[in-house]
Design a protein around this ligand. Sequence first.
Ligand SMILES: *Cc1c(COP(=O)(O)O)cnc(C)c1O
Length: 391
Amino acid sequence: MPAPHHPTPPQTTPPQTTPLHLTPRRPFAPEALDNCAAALATGSLSSINGRFTAELETGFAALHGARHGIATSSGTAAIHTAIAALDLPPGTEVVLPPITDAGSVTPLLVQGLVPVFCDVDDHLAMTPEAIEAVITPRTGAIMVVHLFGGVSDVRAIRALADLHGLKLVEDCAQAHATQLGEFHVGTFGDIGMFSLQQSKHLTSGDGGLCLTNDDALAARMRLFRDKGWDRSATGARSYPVLGLNYRITELQSAVAVAGLPGLPAVVARRRQAAARLDAALSTMPGITTWSPPPAAEASYWCYPFFVPAALRDEFGRRLLAAGVPVTPGYIGAPIFECLVATADIHAPVPHTRDALSRLIVFWLHEHHTDDDLDAVAGAIGAIARDLEGQA
Ligand SMILES: *Cc1c(COP(=O)(O)O)cnc(C)c1O
């Protein structure tokens, strides 16, 4: 019987390196399960009179040194609730940066406000100078976004807002438990808004929070997220303000409350991890690490770095093939070009365009081990050397 023909494997294929298997994130504290069981056992998952929502609001506010915490169903809902509470007349301009989530912009649009986009600097932050350049007689508020956990200079921006009689709100969806000097971001503005979406430092899958020291704003926000319903009024129902149902549920709060004590450690570990990557990447050809705004230490929602624009997408493809979770360009274009409702906006934002064209975001988290980080740095270095000279 003739021996079966065994084709020889092709010798020209380059050896396939197996993709990395990085340690997955485990974002929920073990206590979350007991809390959820306790919430279910009460027979009510409504946040109205719910124990866990009250604990979340009090605990999150206390951690950040704020007087009031108002929990919502998402970060976008928190931003909408904050913007509505400012009660700005329709047509009022609100200055914000063009690198952010859609959730920063859409609440302005549905409130009939006009987003005005202000370019960012080399640290990906808005500066008081750049904000001042776009202030007009129609400006009513500034929205700072502490992008990637980098801390914009909210002290100086607060002074600018006060000088011009403007409201200031802080989108802290990517900057939980992040300090500027002795105070936390989210307490410099009239209101600070946070997200508890799956990828955020503290998460319950979805959810959000507003912080404020202003009693009147807090009261307005509590009404807005509850359909405008004044539950303290006796007799028939009364709805003294226009509102939506943006209530969080007890299950979300039960999970978030369990994670709250560990939040500072999450930030601390992400800082350590980012420092390790910075050290490794700083000597690689063609790679520029992100230099966060110097006002304070960043809390690293993710780990951004820069490559030559011509190589960004190829770099991203190769990293994904190597098992490194990245997004080349983050949102890819200024946010007003990403949203159908703002497609008619043409703001001159050259620094933003340049930064996005070179940006790669690595989805760093607190459970990446030093070995994981060294492997990621190794993958980045190998691609950088391979692509060296091609830009
Ligand atoms: C996540 C995020 C939001 C929106 O939060 P959701 O909970 O996803 O609605 C808003 N702004 C920024 C900067 C974000 O990162």
